[in-house]
Design a protein around this ligand. Structure first.
Ligand code: G3H
Ligand code: 13P
Ligand code: ZN
Length: 358
């Protein structure tokens, strides 16, 4: 069996022999992070987000040509939702990411499908570009969720691609499903992992998608997380969706520039590391990036109403987004881990055990 790293390396080495792409599997990243820090999994849709994301993960605040900052650089997961695939064109995004990988050769990242259906998972597995897919059948009955997830795992593993699945249901809006909260049952989690052979599990422990997560005193259910970690196999990676912090200052900036986001709230960033200690190895962030985008563009056109050019606001956004990623990685504990992760991948500690060098 080929591993994803080897597969991707073989597919891309003709493009750039000297400088192979550093797309790895999420599994490789999880091995380095487990129990110590969480890998940031960031959704992207367009060019400006991609540039900001790559710069930020190399600790570059101002421009592509800034020197890499080892104290803040981080391995990361780049997530693509079904909505992002259809926003421009799935091939457009793929080309953008491959090019970013050439422009920023020091990066280490995984390419992951976020909230996939079975059909889209197969498309990504067959594309040879994604190193990881999420099959989200969490809205199905338990037995059906197992059945669908297992089918995807079998097809993905045969091609060296790793799989995340979800058990329980988050609140909030996710693609076309309006969710009602159903926390993950730890006993079901153990059975689910065993029967599906899945590589990581997204758990519902109180978070929800979007900018309106909690009202009053709600928060994360660490008791449930602790139980899940106890019954899961040793070092089994758990995933926290809906983990944007919806920062008050960014919401305020949006509202001061004409926005109307009332009662927006998110996950307390100080809870990321305690969650990581309990096995949460991947933390999903999408909404925060949208808030940064919205604030920068609203402020720009409020302050320069005579402007109609897309580039000045785009430049400000890329810089602000890179800085935001650095901040987020600091809270996740992944900032400063890039070189150590590289060493561990090169040292043959890759899960596949093959000679792909990742
Ligand atoms: O969990 C959902 C992600 O935030 C993706 O959102 O479907 O609007 O791209 P999207
Ligand atoms: P947020 O809406 O909290 O950013 O969550 C994103 C997410 O879970 C993507 O899968
Ligand atoms: Zn999600």
């Amino acid at each position: 069996m080929v591993c994803a790293g080897e597969l991707l390396f073989l597919q891309t080495q003709t493009k750039n022999q000297e400088n192979p792409y550093m797309i790895v599997t999420t599994k490789d990243l999880f091995q380095h992070a487990y129990g110590k820090y969480a890998i940031g999994a960031y959704n992207i849709n367009n060019l400006e987000q991609t540039i900001g994301l790559f710069r930020g993960n190399l600790g570059k605040k101002g421009s592509n040509d800034d020197a890499l900052d080892g104290t803040t650089s981080a391995p990361f997961i780049l997530q693509i939702s079904r909505g992002a695939r259809s926003y421009s064109d799935k091939r457009m995004l793929e080309a953008l990411i491959r090019t970013a990988d050439e422009v920023f050769p020091e990066v280490i990242f995984a390419v992951h499908l976020d909230h996939g259906t079975e059909e889209v998972c197969y498309d990504c597995i067959d594309s040879g570009f994604y190193s990881s897919v999420m099959i989200d059948a969490s809205h199905e009955e338990f037995a059906k969720n197992i059945e669908i997830t297992k089918r995807v795992v079998d097809k993905a593993h045969a091609k060296g691609v790793v799989v995340e699945a979800e058990l329980g249901q988050l609140g909030g809006v996710e693609e076309d499903i309006v969710g009602s909260v159903k926390l993950t049952d730890p006993d079901q989690a153990a059975e689910f992992i065993e029967k599906t052979g899945v590589d990581s599990l997204a758990v519902a422990i109180g978070t929800s998608h979007g900018a309106f997560k909690f009202s009053g005193k709600q928060g994360l259910h660490f008791d449930v997380l602790e139980k899940i970690q106890k019954v899961a196999p040793k070092n089994f990676p758990l995933v926290m969706h809906g983990s944007s912090s919806v920062p008050k200052d960014w919401v305020e900036r949006i509202n001061n520039a004409g926005g109307k986001l009332k009662d927006a709230s998110g996950v307390d960033e100080k809870q990321y590391l305690p969650a990581a200690k309990l096995g949460v190895t991947k933390i999903n962030i999408d909404t925060d990036g949208r808030l940064v985008w919205c604030a920068i563009h609203r402020e720009h056109f409020r302050d320069t109403p005579e402007d109609f050019d897309l580039r000045p606001a785009g430049k400000t956004f890329m810089k602000a987004y890179a800085e935001y990623i650095i901040h987020k990685n600091t809270m996740l504990g992944s900032a400063g881990q890039l070189e150590s992760a590289r060493g561990s991948l090169k040292g043959g500690k890759s899960s596949c055990g093959c000679a792909c060098g990742r």
